[in-house]
Design a protein around this ligand. Structure first.
Ligand SMILES: *Cc1c(COP(=O)(O)O)cnc(C)c1O
Length: 359
């Protein structure tokens, strides 16, 4: 038995500690972890339909350390980058990848370079990348432009690429499927999730399939990929130029994991669907108002898609459904405040506040 690195302690509750047997991380690697994962699976009471025997759960990925599922991929990607001797990482990002890369690079003591679209990134995500000390490079283009640039960067400069084209990212992210099965005691029948660059749908399918092949379950869910109408290449069947949506995390027209996501849809008997921005925002508000869960707009597209599917009878009765809520609502305060009523302003007196309550 080789000596384990000193930082890999029994108090570490991160993904590599819990699911290391399913991850391509050598025993000698020092884990770069923030105890990510173990996120809540919350029953969405208002969407369950006892009459039809339909149960709905949300996998609340905003509860990860930097507020999105990207942490699952980043713990494995950074662990392997450091293990391989990298001293810097780079990614293109709509925001959350940059926040996670910056935090995990800080944890590892190496540099992060993040390439983001100028002006089209939620405020909280930008604050995270800056605060964790990443070098933030804004390009006067969109995510797809940034992706093309960073893919070539490892041959130009000594940096490791940590976008989801890095296979370690998908290995980390597949653990969300493990957690769902470990919690439910079975696989769901349908899994709805937002699709942007399409790494996550590919990762979930990998996770469900690995547990299926390990005979932990004997079924796998139909994967339902949910896109924003203005950025829905999987619905139209071809890349989209100039993708547009308020859900900036999925404002992507040329997804990198195209083949893997198509395979996941086909092998699982799933489908892709799109919701317009109004439906996305109303699903976001519905979750916040009725379920007490504040997710970001891109996350709500999974619930917007589910609401459509519940209405058009594309789901069978007696089934269990999981929706992934990919990121925390606090990341995008501008979009939240813009769609909410303004606070009332009153004098600092008992009567004024009482009157506004009884109003
Ligand atoms: C990255 C991200 C997505 C899209 O995931 P892909 O793997 O790119 O399909 C969706 N929602 C949020 C909040 C994200 O950060």
């Amino acid at each position: 038995m080789e000596n384990l690195p000193p930082s890999n302690r029994s108090t570490d509750a991160g993904l590599i500690a819990r699911y290391g047997d399913y991850l391509p991380v050598p025993k000698s690697a020092q884990w770069i972890s923030l105890n990510e994962g173990s996120t809540p699976l919350v029953r969405l009471h208002t969407l369950c339909d006892p009459g039809r025997g339909i149960e709905v759960f949300a996998k609340v990925e905003g509860a990860n350390p930097t507020g999105s599922f990207k942490d699952r991929g980043m713990t494995v990607a950074l662990t392997m980058a450091v293990h391989d001797g990298s001293e810097a990482v780079i990614c293109a990002s709509t925001g959350n990848t940059s926040a996670a890369a910056a935090a995990y690079a800080a944890r590892a003591g190496i540099r992060a370079f993040v390439v983001i679209p100028d002006g089209k990134i939620a405020l909280g995500k930008l604050a995270q990348a800056m605060m964790h000390g990443a070098k933030v490079i804004q390009i006067t283009g969109d995510f797809d432009d940034g992706m093309e640039i960073v893919k070539s960067m490892p041959t130009e400069a000594p940096v490791a690429l940590v976008n989801s084209v890095n296979p370690f990212r998908l290995h980390g992210q597949k653990t969300a499927a493990f957690e769902i099965i470990d919690t439910l005691g079975k696989a769901p029948d349908y899994h709805f999730l937002p699709v942007g660059n399409a790494g996550n749908i590919s990762a979930y399918w990998m996770g469900y399939t690995e547990y299926y092949e390990a005979r932990k379950v004997n079924t796998r869910p139909a994967m339902v990929g949910c896109q924003a109408a203005g950025a829905a290449p999987f619905v139209s069947g071809r890349p989209v130029s100039n993708p547009e949506t308020l859900a900036t995390a999925i404002r992507i027209g040329n997804p990198q994991s195209w083949e893997l996501a198509q395979q996941a849809r086909e092998a699982s008997g799933g489908w892709f669907l799109a919701s317009d921005d109004d439906a996305i925002l109303s699903a976001q508000k519905f979750l916040a108002h009725r379920e007490g869960i504040f997710c970001e707009p891109a996350s709500a597209v999974s619930v917007a898609g589910l609401i459509t599917a519940l209405g058009d009878e594309s789901l069978e009765d007696g089934t269990t459904i999981v929706c992934t809520l990919t990121g925390q609502g606090l990341k995008d305060p501008d979009t939240a405040i813009a769609q909410s009523p303004e606070p009332v302003r009153v004098a600092p007196t008992l009567t004024a506040v009482r009157d506004s309550i009884l109003d």
